[in-house]
Design a protein around this ligand. Structure first.
Ligand SMILES: *Cc1c(COP(=O)(O)O)cnc(C)c1O
Length: 440
């Protein structure tokens, strides 16, 4: 018989057998890659004004399919979401000292993108329920220098876009949606990535669908699509022959996607909706099992605002349980096994997500990284922006005290696996009193 003693206190864990790997690639992708290999053309991009400026057949087909799948006019493939964000900031015309409002509670690239074009990221706090920035938190950060907003649909939860777009229109701001964690999600029936001026998606292997590395930017604006394609592919060498009039930020990178990734992407795109359904269904099972636990709130379920669950975000209240979030997560990790192929990451349960980004050296000491004359160093020195610890209290509270994240709702988890996840939570909650004296 299993000991009821918590594993963190020396008892037997709920489960030792690893959870199944998250594998979304199959024979379709294999066949697609073989086709590319047989064609012997792994990329067909040319960095000059030429028909091949737009890439090879798989890249162009992938872009058409992607645009169609989310009802966008244009989709521009990239070699990552990070590259997509850099390109979007460039396309938006961000220049020296322009301010871009962004969440501090996101993957670092959402906030470093403005720096690439010498812009200045300004952090707006998150809403404690959705973990996304809102029209109110954005409004309080608007200055005469504000040019753009990067809205991150964090954890798969869609941000409340309508008031944000209204605010952006009022001030003439460009809105970039970072959809890395929310592909296929909808806001009032509209695909994310088509509500703002540009939407940026990731095809990195951690994401819902993937090509190993890769990204896409969507837009309904032909001029923005043009500028994205130029920044992706050596703009400076193309603008003269292409007859480009607006030369702002027309310095290009090589952010081009290969034909193999595009071929895989075409197949992954077809699987996306089913993979999302599996996540949503798995979450329902887990939430039904956890709903009665005191001090634990499930993600807000808001009408018209989809959640496609990149991670399952739980809000924990230590005032109700009398035990810190960190002790509870330590106990949960001890009850649960690792996941196959990601053994090195330990059990996929976490204390918060990433530390609010302004804690990073790049914001605390920007003059050391970019020089004293950089826009960000000047903005900090003249107190035009502040990256002081404490500036976004909701983000800090979520990260350091209340947020529990896990990825145990991924496709591939069986009913049995899900029930072990629920069992682990119940076992920890039944033994909260034994955690009070635990030192971690
Ligand atoms: C993963 C992620 C990125 C970066 O995506 P890459 O394709 O790895 O560059 C950016 N923003 C968010 C919110 C992400 O989750």
């Amino acid at each position: 018989m299993k000991s009821q003693n918590l594993a963190v206190c020396g008892g037997d864990p709920v489960r030792k057998t690893p959870f199944p790997a998250y594998k979304v690639l199959g024979s379709e992708e294999k066949e697609a890659v073989n086709q590319v290999l047989e064609s012997a053309i792994l990329s067909r991009f040319l960095g000059s004004w030429h028909p091949d400026f737009y890439g090879g057949p798989f890249v162009q087909k992938f872009e058409q399919d992607w645009a169609k799948s989310c009802n966008a006019e244009f989709a521009v493939s990239m070699n990552s979401n990070t590259s997509g964000l850099y390109s979007a900031i460039g396309a938006a015309g961000i220049q020296f000292g322009d301010e871009v409002i962004v969440s501090p509670y996101t993957m670092c690239a959402s906030a470093t993108a403005p720096l690439i074009f010498n812009g200045v990221p300004v952090f707006a706090d998150i809403d404690p329920e959705t973990h996304c920035i809102t029209a109110e938190t954005i409004r309080s950060k608007i200055s005469a220098r504000t040019k753009a907003i990067i809205v991150v649909h964090l954890f798969g939860q869609v941000a409340d876009m309508e008031p944000i777009m209204k605010l952006a229109n009022e001030y003439g701001l460009i809105v970039i949606e970072d959809c890395a964690q929310a592909p296929f999600a909808k806001y009032n029936g509209k695909n994310v990535g088509t509500i703002g001026h540009m939407g940026v998606f990731s095809l990195n292997y951690h994401k819902h669908i993937h090509t190993g590395e890769g990204g896409v930017v969507t837009t309904n604006d032909e001029q923005l699509a043009d500028r994205l394609q130029l920044i992706r592919n050596h703009a400076e060498a193309v603008v003269e022959k292409k007859g480009v009039q607006n030369l702002i930020n027309m310095i290009g990178f090589n952010f081009r996607m290969g034909e193999m990734e595009a071929a895989i992407g075409i197949e992954q795109l077809k699987k996306g909706p089913q993979l999302i359904r599996e996540r949503v269904d798995n979450v329902k099972v887990i939430e039904a099992g956890l709903s009665a636990l005191p001090g634990l709130l499930m993600p807000a379920d808001i009408n018209g605002m989809d959640n496609v669950f990149y991670v399952h975000s739980l809000r924990y209240d230590a005032n109700i349980t009398g035990v810190s979030r960190d002790k509870v997560v330590t106990a949960l990790k001890a009850e649960l096994p690792v996941t196959d192929l990601r053994e090195g990451e330990g059990p996929l349960v976490g204390q918060g997500y990433v530390r609010p980004l302004y804690f990073m050296p790049i914001f605390q000491t920007p003059h050391l990284i970019f020089g004293k004359q950089s826009a960000i160093a000047k903005a900090v020195k003249s107190c035009q922006v502040s990256y002081q610890i404490g500036c976004c209290p909701q983000s800090e509270h979520a990260h350091f005290s209340s947020l529990i994240t896990h990825e145990l709702m991924r496709p591939g988890m069986t009913k049995n696996d899900l029930s072990d996840v629920v069992l682990a939570f119940h076992k920890v909650w039944e033994n909260l009193s034994s955690l009070k004296s635990l030192v971690i």
